[in-house]
Design a protein around this ligand. Structure first.
Ligand SMILES: C[S@@+](CC[C@H](N)C(=O)[O-])C[C@H]1O[C@@H](n2cnc3c(N)ncnc32)[C@H](O)[C@@H]1O
Length: 313
């Protein structure tokens, strides 16, 4: 454990009020314990979102440590500015996909860093704003793009992908048993008119799965939504590329911490370690997960798994 006095503002509870009101950071204390930020250390935040974790690192590595903060969603800029502008030139912010982290780090002369952090997936801002078109709970036009400049959205996939491709995509996201039925229902529904909204899609998927097989704790369309989101944003490909490059950017002994919220991401991270044991040392044998307190405070944290690795010098 890091002693409380070493945490930004001096105590654990002080972290909460400094968070963005629209996104509660997940496993923040645990991330800080692992990254061990102190004056002069430099970090890369691959998935800055509203900037809560970058801010915590910048508070702890003052007066001369820096953080290079990436995010591929240009719409997070306003939130990031309100959290990070106060740090001046110690906070370097770039709108970029983390698949390009090596190129960005080289361009910024930001190599040999002490730590790299990835808090994958989406922020609450993206889930709670229907214009992102990715939420089951907030009806909006189907979209799911992290960056609105991406060529195609979930709308195009849902309304154009052939049935067999939809089935393969769904089965690849662990929707093994009902992938075929869901794909058939989507194709049948769109034959009349395009499927326009997240609400319509959620209902079609839900009706395609017999009630007795509906999962208890998540919506029956959760895996379908995740499969579409991952395909639209090339999430697997971006993560694999980034994991391959992280070792080029960290210094020997540097720390790589990554929080996954779904098993497809976690499998990619575990494979990276399994295939490169000469390069990485695991810092904890099991993933760190949120405690009951955190889950109660922030139910969206419940699926988080933090894995951490040290680059072998
Ligand atoms: C869980 S949020 C991060 C929240 C942040 N750690 C905090 O506590 O304030 C994940 C962020 O990662 C971004 N993201 C997802 N995939 C990305 C990628 N391939 N490259 C860059 N950013 C990505 C999303 O746009 C989102 O803002």
């Amino acid at each position: 454990m890091i002693p409380d006095r070493d945490l930004p503002n001096g105590d654990k509870n002080s972290l909460a009020p400094s968070s963005s009101p629209s996104h509660i950071p997940v496993l923040l204390i645990e991330v800080l314990e692992i990254m061990n930020p102190s004056p002069g250390k430099n970090f890369i935040d691959l998935t800055t979102g509203p900037g809560n974790m970058s801010k915590a690192l910048l508070l702890a590595n003052a007066p001369d440590g820096k953080v290079l903060s990436l995010d591929c969603d240009p719409r997070t800029v306003t939130e990031q500015n309100s959290n990070l502008a106060e740090f001046g030139s110690r906070s370097i912010r770039r709108c970029a996909n983390f698949s390009d982290v090596l190129e960005v780090a080289r361009a910024e002369n930001f190599l040999e860093v002490d730590g790299i952090l990835g808090d994958l997936g989406v922020s609450s801002i993206m889930l709670d704003h229907p214009e992102y078109g990715m939420s089951i709970g907030h009806d909006g036009r189907l979209d799911m793009r992290f960056n609105p400049e991406l060529e195609f959205s979930a709308y195009e996939l849902v309304n154009n992908l052939p049935e067999d491709e939809l089935t393969t995509m769904l089965r690849g996201m662990d929707e093994k048993r009902f992938g075929g039925r869901i794909a058939r229902s989507i194709v049948r529904a769109r034959a009349n008119r395009p499927i326009e909204t997240t609400g319509e899609l959620a209902e079609i998927v839900s009706n395609a799965i017999p009630k007795r097989f509906h999962p208890k704790r998540i919506h029956p369309a959760t895996k379908t939504f995740l499969a579409l989101r991952a395909r639209v944003n090339l999430e697997r490909e971006s993560l694999e590329k980034c994991l391959g490059d992280a070792g080029e950017i960290l210094k020997g002994g540097g720390v790589f911490a990554i929080i996954c919220y779904s098993s497809f991401e976690d499998r990619i991270v575990k494979a990276m370690y399994a295939n490169n044991r000469d390069r990485w040392e695991r810092m904890t044998s099991k993933p760190v997960t949120p405690g009951n307190d955190e889950i109660e405070r922030n139910p969206r944290s419940r699926s988080a798994r933090l894995r951490t690795y040290r680059k072998i010098a």
